[in-house]
Write a protein that binds this ligand. Structure first.
Ligand SMILES: [Zn+2]
Length: 80
């Protein structure tokens, strides 16, 4: 799968200013601009995975959090 983010051991947390190594993938989509098969990925560290998920969920974007190595095919509507 070709994505915007390749899972590598160099993945860094997407939280602004955080340089910690990512342990999680925050998979999300903006239903207003992304088709259902589109998956955006933010790598996240242990500390910020909840912050990033809540940030997207508060905007009513579907979000699925997985381990860094686990890719998802899609982010269904209503996923939190
Ligand atoms: Zn972080």
């Amino acid at each position: 799968m070709i994505g915007e983010f390749a899972a590598t051991d160099a993945a860094q947390c997407a939280r602004a200013g955080c340089r910690a190594a990512a342990a999680w993938r925050v998979n999300w989509r903006n239903p207003r601009i992304h088709t259902p098969d589109r998956v955006k990925v933010w790598p996240a560290c242990d500390e910020h995975v909840g912050y990033l998920r809540d940030y997207l969920a508060s905007r009513s974007f579907p979000v699925v959090v997985t381990a860094l190595a686990d890719e998802v095919e899609s982010v269904p509507d209503g996923a939190r």
